[in-house]
Design a protein around this ligand. Structure first.
Ligand code: ADP
Ligand code: MG
Length: 259
């Protein structure tokens, strides 16, 4: 998406996360301009998922700040951060497998609606209306992600590629301004990967800023506006796909990780 101004939607400043003796994120700072697709790459164990975990409030950093639209979020619980407009998907699919495709998206429609709400048959007039609205919204999202015809299927019945799209659908249901996608193409075949890339571009074209962790370099190089590279919890490079492709530190980190 074309960026009109350089306003930052996300600012990560001096973030430190430690697990036992391990620095999973080491004084990490970078910004994400509003409206772009920014990729986070790096070898396994570099801290990419940990970064998503601190941004989305799974746990706070021990040091540093994370600002979303200029306001600190690093101290907030996950649901509050979701309410502010940040949503995510997970590296391994985390759907409710025996619930339908539609119900899975509806669960995302309001982060504070508990799972039991739909399962229990709880019906008050206001709740009923709210559920209707959620259903309409979820159906629109299913159309957008190409799964409208599967709305009644249990999520477990879908092939992995469609389950990954469904996870993205659920993340969209919270109406995010920033969506964090953790390896959306992992385990997908070439066709599914193409579908995933197209969907990410379409999401971005709606004005949603995308923070993308992905191992598939073709996907990264094709769709990102900017890339930040992590290794052992540290930023080792940042720039355009062209700049990163030939960056000596990046090449070294990747060659090292394959040894
Ligand atoms: N909850 C956790 N407890 C302990 N160690 C963790 C935890 N999460 C991640 N780590 C460790 O932190 C490092 C970064 O992990 P992660 O963020 O998952 O890397 P990436 O997503 O880049 O592969 C790894 O060494 C990993 O083993
Ligand atoms: Mg990871």
């Amino acid at each position: 998406m074309t960026v009109v101004n350089g306003e930052n939607i996300l600012e990560v400043q001096g973030v430190v996360v430690v697990f036992g003796g391990l620095m999973a994120l080491s004084n990490l700072s970078f910004q994400v301009k509003k409206g772009i697709i920014k990729a986070v790459i790096g070898p396994n164990g570099a801290g990419k998922t940990t970064l998503f975990n601190v941004i989305t409030g799974s746990f706070p950093p021990i040091k540093g700040s994370i600002r979303f639209k200029g306001r600190s979020i690093e101290h907030l619980k996950a649901h509050k951060i979701a309410d502010r407009g940040v949503s995510r998907t997970f590296q391994t699919v985390e759907l409710f497998g025996n619930m339908t495709v539609l119900e899975n998206v509806m669960l995302g429609c309001h982060t504070r609606v508990p799972t039991s709400f739909m399962a229990s048959g709880f019906r008050l007039p206001g709740a009923k209306r709210k559920e209707e609205e959620m259903r309409e919204r979820a159906l629109k999202i299913l159309k957008f992600i190409g799964l409208a015809d599967k709305f009644e299927e249990p999520a477990d019945n879908l092939p992995l590629g469609q389950q990954k799209m469904l996870e993205i659908g659920r993340a969209l249901a919270t109406e995010p301004e920033l969506i964090c996608l953790d390896e959306p193409a992992a385990g997908l075949n070439e066709t599914e990967t193409y579908v995933a890339s197209s969907l990410i571009k379409a999401i971005n074209a709606k004005g949603i800023t995308v923070l993308l962790v992905e191992h598939d370099m073709k996907v990264i190089m094709n769709i990102s506006d900017e890339i930040v590279v992590l290794n052992y919890g540290q930023k080792i490079a940042e720039g355009t796909p062209e700049a990163i492709r030939n960056h000596p530190k990046v090449i070294e980190a990747y060659l090292g990780s394959e040894a």
